[in-house]
Design a protein around this ligand. Structure first.
Ligand SMILES: [Zn+2]
Length: 215
């Protein structure tokens, strides 16, 4: 089978190498046979990259924060979770429970402010959420500390909802995997994510890009 590869680096300027489709989550996702003139649906593509947001810290209504969804071989991998990422996923009709793994490339706030929403709202019942397992995230060094404090910061909400019967305790758990050097950080069913250190500024360390391969 022909290998498909996608490379993404810090500023969410994806570089396509081979065999993938792209679209922007600025309109309702075309269904099969529907499409649009500017963004035709390609349902035959098994490697799709959707930019949920390409913004920066300013809270622009037309351009949400940095976040890229890679749909490959039936898996949904989410790279960075900027402002509005869950809204864009919902706009696409993709519930948070469908996300197999979240990746964090660096700890600039515009790349992570959507995380509490994805984590918390994603485990509520409804077409937008429905996660019934721990929140799984892979990121640069510091991600675990951030996620541990995030869980703690929202523990009152979790306790209330567990007591109310809305949530099971295990859904509130967070499984964090950190990486500190170049190498493979995810591998499942022919899909491989390889992290590589990049330069995003002298003080912005760690900072990594990701290459996604599918054989
Ligand atoms: Zn940054």
């Amino acid at each position: 089978m022909k290998r498909r590869t996608f490379v993404m680096s810090t500023m969410l300027a994806p570089v396509a190498l081979a065999g993938y489709g792209t679209e922007a989550a600025t309109a309702k996702r075309p269904t099969a046979g529907e499409g649009s003139a500017s963004q035709p649906a390609d349902e035959s593509c098994d490697f799709r990259v959707i930019t949920l947001g390409t913004g920066a810290p300013p809270p622009e209504i037309e351009r949400f924060g940095p976040s890229a969804l890679v749909e490959v071989a039936g898996q949904y991998l989410l790279f960075d979770v900027g402002r509005g990422a869950l809204q864009r996923l919902t706009q696409l009709g993709i519930p948070a429970s469908d996300i197999n793994r979240v990746f964090i490339t660096h700890l600039h706030s515009d790349h992570t402010v959507g995380l509490p929403d994805l984590y918390l709202t994603g485990m509520l019942s409804g077409p937008f959420g429905g996660r019934k397992e721990p929140f799984r995230i892979t990121g640069v060094e510091g991600t675990k500390e951030m996620m541990d404090y995030m869980k703690l910061a929202y523990s009152a909400d979790s306790k209330i909802r567990i007591k109310d019967g809305e949530l099971q305790p295990e859904w509130t758990e967070i499984e964090t995997m950190e990486f500190t050097e170049d190498g493979v950080v995810y591998e499942k069913a022919g899909v491989k994510v390889t992290a590589f250190e990049n330069f995003h500024g002298e003080a912005i360390k760690p900072s990594f890009g990701c290459r996604i391969d599918y054989d």
